[in-house]
Design a protein around this ligand. Structure first.
Ligand code: IVH
Length: 667
């Protein structure tokens, strides 16, 4: 082999390896720039030696040049089936019972998977090369979308060298991540092109392009969830192991998949995924359980177009259609005015929703939501419900564009929009009832001063009766006066005053967070508390503040201005005068975990999640919600779930509870 040929082969092999590490193992081993550099080298070499291009599987040969005139038909040798649905625990239990009765066994092992909201695709590999890709169509006949599928970088053009069957049909889902979808729609908007309604439609529209160059520019992804044709080779005897094999052969599979025993574990998986659903990078509409043992699958067989061995357990839809009855403006703790749509009550994401946030003026202008409109409301996980889009075809005549008021709807102070910011703010500060009340509610909240029993309604009452004007008044409240309020009595008033009194023994980081300085969240408050005493912080310059981790000029400006404000100064003095104290922690606390990122999963016996988080943050660590290449440690409690698998596959150091405690014990 000539030296050019061997360099070409090296480049292809290396690029395919990097791509596999990135797309399938989710553990990139080189920076993107290094991939791009080698890719460019390959493009150059191939340009000089076009005769040496390997069309089948060179990474440069993903995008064909010529648009198709139509998609050819493909008959599926093995039909592509659909799934029966379950909508409740009872449905799932009934499914499991049917399976057990038919097989006459006591307990079934299932492969538990997420149900991706995308398009089913079949990928045929012959001698390890991708020769044909087809849509599901009606299950018997689909469309040949090979040229488009070749543009999806996470789909290997050739399987990794290993003992795969000579004919192998991998099946799975093509979809778009939420981030990819947002990015695509932003691009569409800039180019004044049609917007896609959701990631699924965007994926479908992208795959149905006759010009593969358009598909190539769309952020499509693929995850395999099964097989069709298998010829000339052996496969493992369980579905779960087949997925593992697909992965070793270079096909991406979902990291959420688990093998579970019995229906209770299935229901547990369903619950767990419903909770984590909103945090997944892609949309799912349920989970799928498949009898894991292939011999059992064969014994169960099919009814009409669905297998008896699998079931799709659907989640309540995250979107619903309803009417906008009005648009109100709410005032938050920092004075931010938030437009909120009052809605005709509608069930979405499993709860009844009566209002939805419109976020800010940019969003309102972009979505152009009007009173009287019919809208799609979204509620994903525990996220605040929002208006996703307006159904313009249902807009009545005589509607008006919504505009933000010039004055705060609560205190009447002028509202201002700072150049370059999306937020309009009330300029009333603590003269504004809404801002005052919200700042007191924040001060008392659990992660701040943690004053139990001081609910939102009670704060409003205390404020409106004049007993409470700012947070320092909390420590002057008199028992009889509180007891005389609506829905209060001797006992509850005594409990409240006791809780207020207990909050005097504070921690500086929580106290700083409780003050509600704009853009100072818990982590920044902890960083500040580690480096400054309160006195030092009150007189710190912006330059000094900028030396603190995660504090840039904007936040430094917010902090400095906060402590210069006379009203704030007098409230802080009054709080200190009321006897709020904390131990000085600057010298003792070590920041030995500075720069380390932790992820916590599963249940810990001794500490709650929040306590663990607090302890880690106080030592300088960052606590993140998901495992990635940047994670240093995974703290794994009981029933850790898929984060543990991911951490293992990324080589992240795992700590059990005892090891964590040992780490936290060190001075
Ligand atoms: S298995 C015989 N597994 O759901 C089993 N399907 O309602 C056939 N889907 O057409 C499909 N995630 O497009 C399977 N983990 C998953 C899936 C999944 C999404 C889609 C697939 C299929 C439809 C059936």
């Amino acid at each position: 082999m000539g030296s050019v040929e061997s360099r070409l082969e090296d480049l292809r092999r290396q690029l395919n390896e990097y791509s596999y590490r990135y797309h399938v193992l989710d553990e990139p081993i080189v920076p993107d720039a290094e991939y791009d550099r080698l890719y460019q080298e390959l493009v150059e070499l191939e340009r000089k030696h076009p005769d040496l291009i390997i069309p089948a599987d060179s990474p440069t040969q993903r995008v064909g040049e010529q648009p198709l005139s139509e998609f050819a038909e493909v008959r599926h040798e093995v039909p592509m089936l659909s799934l029966d649905n379950a909508f409740s625990d009872e449905d799932m239990i009934a499914f499991d019972k049917r399976v057990r009765d038919r097989l006459d066994v006591a307990e079934i092992h299932y492969a538990a998977e997420v149900k991706l909201d995308g398009l089913a695709i079949s990928l045929l590999y012959e001698q390890g090369k991708l020769v044909r890709a087809a849509t599901r169509g009606d299950g018997a006949t689909g469309e040949d979308v090979t040229v488009n599928i070749r543009t999806i970088k996470s789909i290997p053009l050739a399987l990794r060298p290993s003992a795969f069957p000579t004919r192998l049909e991998a099946r799975g889902e093509v979809f778009m991540t939420r981030a990819g979808f947002e990015e695509l729609n932003n691009r569409q908007r800039e180019q004044e092109e049609k917007l896609f309604a959701n990631p699924r439609n965007a994926a479908a529209g992208s795959l149905r392009q006759l010009d593969p160059r358009i598909t190539a520019a769309r952020p499509l992804q693929f995850l395999a969830h099964g097989i069709g044709i298998v010829g000339g080779g052996e496969l493992p005897s369980s579905h779960f192991e087949i997925l593992q094999s697909l992965k070793t052969w270079g096909l991406p599979v979902s990291a959420e998949t688990e093998r579970v025993a019995g229906i209770d574990a299935c229901i547990g998986f369903y619950r767990k995924i419903s909770e984590t659903r909103a945090r997944l990078p892609y949309e799912i509409d349920g989970v799928v359980f498949k009898v894991d043992d292939l011999a059992q699958q064969a014994a169960l067989g099919f009814v009409s177009r669905a297998p008896r061995w699998a079931v799709a357990c659907k989640f309540p839809p995250e979107e619903a259609v309803t009417k906008v009855l009005g648009i109100e403006v709410q005032v938050g703790r920092t004075g931010a005015l938030t437009p909120v749509a009052r809605l005709e009550p509608v069930r979405v994401g499993g709860v009844t929703v009566t209002n939805a946030t419109l976020h800010n003026m940019d969003e309102v202008e972009r979505k152009d939501v009007r009173v009287g409109d019919t809208v799609v409301v979204r509620r994903a996980g525990d996220v605040i419900p929002e208006v996703a889009r307006v159904l313009l075809e249902s807009r009545p005549q005589e509607t008006h564009r919504f505009s933000m008021p010039d004055n705060c709807p609560v205190c009447g102070s002028p509202a201002e929009r700072i150049e370059g910011e999306a937020v309009v703010r009330c300029t009333g500060g603590l003269h504004c009832r809404a801002q005052s009340i919200q700042s007191i509610i924040h001060f008392a909240s659990r992660r701040a001063m943690d004053i139990e029993g001081l609910g939102d309604k009670l704060v409003e009452q205390l404020f409106d009766t004049g007993l409470l004007r700012n947070v320092s008044d909390l420590y002057k409240l008199e028992r009889e006066k509180v007891a005389a309020l609506d829905r209060m009595g001797e006992k509850s008033s005594e409990n409240l005053l006791r809780a207020i009194s207990a909050s005097k023994y504070a921690q500086l980081n929580r106290f700083l967070y409780a003050l509600g300085i704009r853009e100072v969240g818990e982590t920044t408050a902890s960083n500040l508390a580690r480096h400054f005493t309160l006195d030092a912080l009150r007189s710190a310059t912006e330059e000094e503040l900028c030396e603190i981790k995660d504090v840039g000029p904007v936040v430094a400006g917010n902090i400095a201005r906060f402590f210069q404000d006379e009203q704030n100064t007098s409230v802080i003095d009054a709080l200190l005068g009321a006897g709020i104290v904390w131990e000085n922690t600057q010298e003792e606390q070590t920041a030995d975990l500075q720069g380390k990122t932790f992820v916590i999963t599963g249940t810990l016996a001794a500490l709650s999640r929040n306590e663990t988080k607090d302890r880690l943050i106080s030592r300088g660590a960052k606590v993140s919600g998901s495992v990635s290449g940047k994670t240093d440690y995974l703290v794994a409690g009981e029933n850790p779930g898929s984060k543990l698998d991911k951490a293992n596959s990324l080589g992240v150091q795992i700590l059990d509870e005892a090891e964590l405690m040992e780490m936290l014990k060190k001075p």
